[in-house]
Design a protein around this ligand. Structure first.
Ligand code: ADP
Ligand code: MG
Length: 290
């Protein structure tokens, strides 16, 4: 894989909002046919970084390369033209419009007309079948459950020929069954050579579907991991910046507390033995005086 040119490179990207450094000197690369998980707690800078890659924000410094070439995006129109698609945490669909109309919306390659609608609907059907993203092109978005709306967003990106797909916290809105469906779709996309950036803060999911993991904390990449060797504990430590442990192990690991506990136990035992001895003495004295 190292001989391959990455489909996407983020080089030393910093993004400063007034009073907040959302990303600091972040570097990442992404290859065709892989799932890169971007893991981090809320506020770590994941969405900001991906919004830069998608052309919604300009980086304060640093650069983005697509297929080895440096690019400057004026808007998502430019990133879409280079094969980047993004499914945001909050979907961007118009609820009162149909699937087909949403997909045609803002797409310059289609003209609004009856014939084109049919052509678009048939292409949606093709994509649905190819990637197991079943949806009726003529259904109205507001009538669809959340999982189905997400499918429409993915189809929309694929319709615009996305080879790089950014999924921002896609499992946050799904039921466990829908999550399984999404993971299947991600597997299919990967097997067809698509590159996926999967944003999440859920450790189990990352270990299950990612090929590589990058961990963001406080706007910086604080670690990279291989899901074959990483554990939930090791990832959690990177995410929060200290060793995480269960309350039980924390108690066991605290020598002071252990020491206090054993001393305390000893004191209680001595007190109990003395008390027991004293009462036996009292009862013997009482018997002998009777
Ligand atoms: N448009 C913005 N203006 C100012 N601050 C922002 C903006 N977007 C994000 N931030 C700040 O940047 C930091 C990173 O946010 P974000 O990228 O949304 O994190 P994540 O997606 O990992 O939860 C946070 O402190 C957030 O408040
Ligand atoms: Mg976010």
């Amino acid at each position: 894989m190292s001989a391959q040119t990455p489909v996407l490179e983020v080089r030393n990207v910093t993004k400063v909002f007034p009073g907040v450094v959302a990303n600091q000197d972040v570097s990442l690369d992404l290859y065709a046919g892989e799932i890169l998980a971007l893991l981090g707690e809320n506020g770590a800078g994941k969405s900001t970084l991906m919004n830069i890659v998608y052309g919604l924000y300009h980086p304060t410094s640093g650069e983005i390369l697509v297929n080895g070439k440096p690019v400057t995006f004026r808007s998502p129109k430019d990133s879409i033209a280079l094969g980047i698609g993004m499914v945001h945490q909050h979907f961007q669909l118009v609820p009162v419009m149909s699937v087909v109309d949403n997909i045609m919306l803002g797409d310059e390659t289609t003209k609004v007309g009856l014939l084109d609608r049919k052509a678009v609907a048939s292409r949606i059907d093709d994509l649905s079948q190819k990637y197991n993203l079943t949806v009726d092109p003529y259904s109205i978005i507001e009538d669809l459950p959340v999982g189905m709306r997400q499918r429409v967003e993915i189809i929309k990106a694929l319709y615009r020929n996305a080879d790089i797909l950014i999924l921002d916290e896609p499992t946050a809105v799904l039921t466990p069954q829908e999550i399984e469906g999404l993971f299947e779709v991600m597997g299919l996309l990967k097997s067809q050579g698509k590159a996926i950036i999967f944003i999440t803060h859920k450790l189990k999911e990352v270990l299950r579907v990612a090929d590589r993991i990058a961990v963001l904390r406080g706007g910086k990449v604080v670690g990279r991991a291989d899901p074959k060797t990483a554990t939930q504990e090791s990832l959690a430590s990177m995410m929060v910046g200290r060793k995480s442990s269960s309350p039980l192990t924390r108690r066991r690991r605290n020598p002071k507390r252990l020491c206090w506990n054993s001393t305390n136990l000893l004191r209680r035992m001595i007190w109990a033995i003395r008390r027991c001895g004293a009462s036996r003495c009292r009862s013997t004295r009482a018997r002998s005086s009777a």
